[in-house]
Design a protein. Structure first.
Length: 171
């Protein structure tokens, strides 16, 4: 089963303002007491599909990369460049370079209708926006200024209160 393969190679990191931890893949086995954990639920979320799996595969290549404003490589990447790389490599889609341009791509999606692969946008300052890609179960991949490339949750008060829109750029 493809999810077992993903689970065995993927240690999904969770981040929030108050808490950051990683679950080893071994803890995600079917018979482990934490098998119903958020990590397993996120990996087995119903709105999965081939795009989500490809995005998670690309995430593994970028996980932990430091944030660098204007950065476009593994030496440092910003949020919009990360989205460019993830979508180019996972879906062969070309995205514009900046968050200000990416926010106009695709069609708007309500927060309660998010699907894996949707871009989600946040207003993080008076003239600053941030972008991530939704992966299901209220989780998203992004380049965090404090933690680098990571997975965070929309359940976090900070992200929830700064959410401004979502865009579906894939079918």
């Amino acid at each position: 089963m493809i999810f077992r393969l993903l689970i065995s190679i993927l240690a999904l990191s969770f981040a929030s303002a108050a808490l950051s931890f990683q679950l080893p893949a071994s803890m995600l086995s079917q018979h482990h007491p934490l098998s119903a954990s958020t990590a397993k639920t996120a990996l087995e979320h119903k709105d999965t599909g081939p795009l989500r799996g490809r995005i998670l595969t690309q995430y593994q290549k970028w996980k932990g990369t430091d944030y660098k404003w204007g950065g476009t490589s593994h030496r440092g990447v910003d949020c919009s460049a990360l989205m460019q790389h993830l979508f180019s490599d996972a879906a062969h889609l070309s995205l514009p370079r900046t968050t200000g341009e990416q926010i106009h791509r695709g069609v708007q999606v309500a927060e309660h209708r998010l699907k894996a692969g949707d871009l989600i946008f946040f207003q993080t300052g008076p003239n600053r926006r941030h972008v991530g890609v939704y992966i299901g179960n209220r989780q998203f991949i992004h380049a965090s200024t404090s933690q680098g490339v990571t997975v965070s949750t929309l359940a976090n008060d900070y992200w929830h209160s700064h959410f401004i829109t979502a865009r579906r750029i894939t079918g």
